[in-house]
Design a protein around this ligand. Structure first.
Ligand code: CTP
Length: 425
């Protein structure tokens, strides 16, 4: 095992990188098998030691030479190759992560029932590490009660079965059942690996439903002009990814973000604060936790012009009257659908004559009525669009948790740690 930096895998949670984590990539017989080539590339290029275990039917879609060339290792589907190395137990026992992408309905069924008729199912039975299954199939197969029962069984046993994405399927049909983008499955895997390496619980949000808002709203003046803000959505997307990696059912309400849908996350794209509120408020009513990482505009134009506003002939500029927007976080905190929902807000502060960043944060926590407030010092605008962040997480119970500068993923996990603690209480 090498410990050289070129052999260390990137750690999204900010934890010490793991020296060359060992990953088994299972590939099963669905058309999305070709997307697993990209996942394999991402894993190997970021320093993971990957063994690909395809099923016989996966090889109908992508041949063994492709897997062998991309992983730099021999590829077998059965337990009779290199028997002296006892591969049917060795692979599972020595893995830091097993990820199966795509996982067909048949594979889910075989895994749920503990069958062991090929190398992949043997590996799933012997793995003691986190196991991630990324199903991909037609909507009818995914929704079939047999498949749903198998998914429920696997989840109960501690497997992270991620929800398929919605969109175009193999034929002309569209619906739920697409394999999430390989880059996003990769991100989820690195979260799981880093959490496990740091000794953190990998599925402590399993069975929980959470809502996260992200990005900045746009308040339109006319069909082409709007008032907006600098929020990139990076922190909210990191929160959604981190929660999905910890087993939560996640709804991400994304305002004007161009970031791709995180794997296993239900993404609702919105533009204005009115649209954001319309989705967040009902979704939060039954959720275990809601995190308002979005930057909704505080004001919107008092009127909207259906036609594009034209310049005046006399050169005068129009006056824009603004009205205040509803405060969604305050509404979520004060009229909760469930008394035990953990409500989390963000506060981007610069400090002013009335108080320091933290003093203003404490006052905002009380004013908003939420359970946790993540306070960012945004003096100089350093946080917008940056992959890094630092914050203090203030609790309504008087706690203050400092999160040092690190990745937005690391801050996301620190926030979920606080939420998970409150959900257990
Ligand atoms: N927020 C909200 N609805 C709004 C404005 C903000 O839900 N109309 C939420 C944000 O998502 C964030 C928190 O409130 O979680 C704090 O946002 P911030 O803009 O710092 O608070 P404001 O209430 O606008 O306070 P300030 O007067 O300091 O701008």
């Amino acid at each position: 095992m090498s410990t050289g930096s070129d052999h260390e895998a990137a750690s999204p949670t900010g934890a010490r990188p793991v020296a060359r984590p060992t990953v088994v990539l299972g590939v099963t017989g669905g058309i999305a098998a070709y997307k697993a080539c990209e996942l394999l590339r991402r894993l190997t290029e970021s320093g993971h030691d990957v063994t690909v275990v395809p099923t016989e039917s996966a090889l109908q879609f992508v041949g063994a030479p492709t897997w062998a060339a991309l992983s730099g290792k021999p590829v077998a589907t059965d337990v009779w190759t290199d028997v002296h190395e006892v591969p049917h137990v060795r692979l599972g026992q020595s893995a830091d992560l097993v990820v199966v992408a795509p996982a067909t309905a048949d594979t889910l069924a075989r895994a749920a029932h503990g069958l062991a008729d090929d190398l992949l199912t043997n590996t799933l039975l012997t793995a003691r590490c986190p196991v991630v299954l990324a199903p991909a199939m037609h909507t009818e197969m995914w929704e079939h009660p047999a498949t749903q029962a198998n998914v429920a069984t696997l989840r109960e046993r501690g497997v992270l079965v991620i929800e398929p994405a919605e969109g175009r399927l193999t034929g002309k049909d569209t619906g739920k059942g697409r394999l999430p983008e390989p880059g996003e499955i990769f991100e989820l895997c690195t979260h799981v690996l880093a959490r496990a390496a740091a000794g953190g619980a990998t599925r402590d949000l399993a069975g929980r439903s959470v809502v996260v808002s992200a990005g900045g709203t746009r308040e339109y003046l006319d069909p082409v002009r709007f008032l907006g803000n600098r929020s990139s959505g990076l922190q909210g997307f990191a929160l959604a990814r981190a929660a999905a990696a910890r087993g939560a059912e996640v709804t991400l309400v994304a305002a004007n973000s161009t970031l791709p849908d995180p794997a296993g996350v239900k993404v609702v794209r919105v533009e204005t604060i009115a649209e954001l509120r319309e989705v967040v408020v009902p979704a939060a009513a039954s959720a275990d936790a809601v995190v308002m990482a979005a930057a909704p505009a505080d004001f919107r134009p008092a009127s909207y012009s259906e036609a594009k506003m034209k310049k005046a002939a006399d050169g005068s500029a129009p006056a824009i009257e603004l009205v205040q927007n509803p405060d969604v976080l305050h509404e979520l905190s004060t009229s909760r659908g469930r008394a035990d929902t953990v409500v989390v807000g963000f506060a981007a502060e610069t400090g002013d004559a009335t108080g320091t960043v933290l003093e203003l944060g404490r006052a905002k926590l009380a004013r908003k009525g939420c359970d946790l407030l993540v306070v960012n010092d945004v003096s100089g605008g350093a946080v917008f669009g940056s992959p890094e962040n630092e914050a203090v997480i203030l609790g309504a119970d008087g706690t203050a948790t400092e999160v040092p500068r690190g990745s937005k993923a690391a801050l996301a996990h620190a926030i979920w740690d606080q939420v998970a603690r409150r959900l257990q209480d």
